[in-house]
Design a protein. Structure first.
Length: 57
C-alpha cells in the first residue's frame, strides 16, 4: 500500500468515527486501524526523509 493510500485509509477511519451509531467496540476497532495506517505512513515518511538527507550530504 502506498503512502497516499495509507493516509486515505486513516482519513476514512476518521470519517467513520464521526458516525454516532457506532458501538464502542466498533469505534475502538476503527480507531486502531486508523492509528496503524498513520504509524505506517509516518514510518514511510521518515524513511523518505533519511533518503533525501543522504542525497544532500
Amino acid at each position: 500500500m502506498s503512502f497516499e493510500e495509507k493516509l486515505e485509509k486513516a482519513n476514512e477511519a476518521l470519517e467513520k468515527l464521526n458516525n454516532d451509531e457506532l458501538t464502542l467496540n466498533e469505534s475502538i476497532k476503527i480507531y486502531k486501524i486508523g492509528l496503524e495506517n498513520i504509524k505506517k505512513a509516518r514510518m514511510e515518511l521518515d524513511k523518505a526523509k533519511l533518503e533525501v538527507e543522504k542525497i544532500n550530504e
